[in-house]
Write a protein that binds this ligand. Structure first.
Ligand SMILES: [Zn+2]
Length: 170
């Protein structure tokens, strides 16, 4: 297992099988470069995973529809619901899935480097991105390290408060 995966795996929400949320750009990249689940497994360095996407996240590429059926079938990508009746941008839709500490433990795979930076700067999300014909699970950012450490502190504090409440009025 890679150090990066080991780091995230310490948190309960990132458990196997991991849900890797792909946007349309990443799915297109996989198809164009003939990359498959085997390559994703290699980038993760261990562990079982599901590949998922949302309707909003796959709408952006005009040529995507041509590939969609093939991609979903070949790569075993399933849809997770996102409850956006009116479709929103892939970025906004994905952010809505991972906000508030990413409780469902999604990994996000995207070709959009700016989006990766944004996720790493503000969200607790392991990210997979591509370079040339390769892909990589990005190391946790300073923000992510700090956020998880602070979360542990908050958890402990909550535990203490619950304990005290049991003893009488706070
Ligand atoms: Zn959506």
């Amino acid at each position: 297992m890679s150090q990066t995966l080991a780091f995230f795996k310490k948190e309960k929400r990132f458990k196997e099988p991991y849900d890797i949320l792909l946007d349309g750009s990443f799915i297109n990249w996989l198809l164009l470069n003939k990359r498959n689940r085997h390559h994703i497994a290699k980038a993760l360095c261990g562990g079982n995973f599901h590949l998922v996407t949302t309707r909003c996240a796959t709408q952006l590429q005009n040529d995507f529809k041509i590939h969609e059926t093939k991609a979903l079938k070949d790569l075993h990508i399933s849809h997770v619901s996102c409850s956006h009746k009116k479709k929103m941008s892939a970025v906004d839709c994905i952010l809505s899935k991972v906000k508030d500490g990413n409780p469902d433990g999604f990994f996000v795979a995207t070709e959009d480097k700016q989006f990766v930076s944004h996720l790493q700067e503000f969200y607790l999300v392991p990210t997979i991105t591509c370079f040339g014909k390769g892909m990589v699970l990005r190391k946790p950012s300073d923000y992510q390290k700090e956020a998880l450490a602070n979360e542990d502190v908050r958890e402990n504090a909550r535990g203490l408060r619950v304990g005290r409440r049991g003893l009488g009025p706070v």
